[in-house]
Structure formats: C-alpha cells, structure tokens
Design a binder for this molecule. Structure first.
Ligand code: UDP
Ligand code: MG
Length: 160
C-alpha cells in the first residue's frame, strides 16, 4: 500500500544547504526554506550556528589559496548561519538550480541569488555542488543523530 511504501534511494538523496549571515540578517530565512519545502523536499536537519573562522575555513577548504578566501571565511563566520539538510529525489542538482549562479548578477530571476542578491561575496546561500561534497559537508556540520529519517504522508503524493 501507499503508506507502507519504503523510501527509495533516490528519495533519500541529501544535500547541505546553508543560509549565510547576510541571508539571516536580511530576513530571508523563511522565503528560502519555503522554496525547498513547497517543491516537496524534506527537511531532515536544521540548526542556527555561528561558525568560527576555523570552521569556515574547513567548510571552504577547497577554495584555500584563492584571493577571496580570507574575506569569504571572515564573512561566513561573521554571524549566525542556518544550516540545513534537505532530502529528496534530485535535491543536490535541483538545490543548485534553486540557488542560481555564483555571481548573483549572472543568476536568473526566479533563483534565490537572482531574486535576492547583487554581490558575489554576499550571495546569501550555500548549497553542495555534488554527491561527494554533500556527504562531506553534511558530516562537517551535523552529528549523525541530528539528522532525522522520517516519513511524511505527502511523500505518496510527491513520488509515483
Ligand atoms: N566567492 C567570492 N568571489 C569569487 C568566487 C566566489 O567571494 O570570485 C564566494 C561566493 O560567496 C561563493 C563562495 O565564494 O558562494 C564559494 O565559491 P564557489 O565557487 O564554491 O561558489 P558556489 O558553489 O557558492 O556557487
Ligand atoms: Mg561551491
């Protein structure tokens, strides 16, 4: 039956999404969460954290050596961040579509960065760029027990 249906591996795909300090300060938390929620993705972990500089450097480890690295990690550690894990079929790639291009002026209207941001260094949201980074970023930001696996009645109306 519908209710007993197990979640498929695709539905269990997970991505790490963070609303950066500018998104929190500008009051965009609810708007950003609403987009993921209304699409049908499932929130499986969420917390408000003020990352340290050291933690921000770990998060952006792959960008070490880039000219903007210091400013970027200063910025990420400048205030509270909403850290989240979202789950669902195609969520990694579609999350990136939701977010838009790195430079907000190159992001399409309708995307989060396109609708709400101007500068590349104030682009309000982070999202994992692939399965490997998703795995690493989720493990960096969350303890396993902070991530919940649960069923929603609406799952059967979202997945065929
Ligand atoms: N960034 C920046 N200047 C640049 C490129 C990137 O300040 O020239 C910042 C920007 O905030 C971006 C973050 O560094 O979101 C991480 O860069 P990445 O290339 O991973 O972009 P993203 O995956 O966030 O789109
Ligand atoms: Mg990136």
């Amino acid at each position: 039956t519908f209710v007993d249906q197990e979640l498929s591996a695709a539905e269990l795909e997970r991505t790490f999404i963070a609303i950066k300090p500018d998104g929190v300060q500008r009051g965009l938390i609810s708007d950003i969460i609403a987009r993921f929620e209304k699409k049908g993705y499932k929130l499986v972990a969420i917390k408000l954290v003020h990352p340290t500089k050291d933690f921000a450097e770990k998060h952006y480890d792959d960008l070490k050596g880039r000219p903007f690295f210091n400013g970027l990690t200063d910025f990420l550690s400048s205030g509270p961040v909403v850290a989240m894990v979202w789950e669902g079929q195609g969520v990694i790639k579609y999350g990136r579509k939701f977010i838009g291009a790195t430079a907000p002026l190159a992001s399409e209207p309708g995307t989060i960065r396109g609708d709400f941001a101007i500068s590349v260094g104030r682009n309000i949201i982070h999202g994992s760029d692939g399965p490997e980074t998703a795995k690493d970023e989720i493990a960096l930001w969350f303890k396993p027990e902070e991530i919940l696996t649960y069923k929603k009645e609406t799952d059967k109306w979202l997945y065929e």
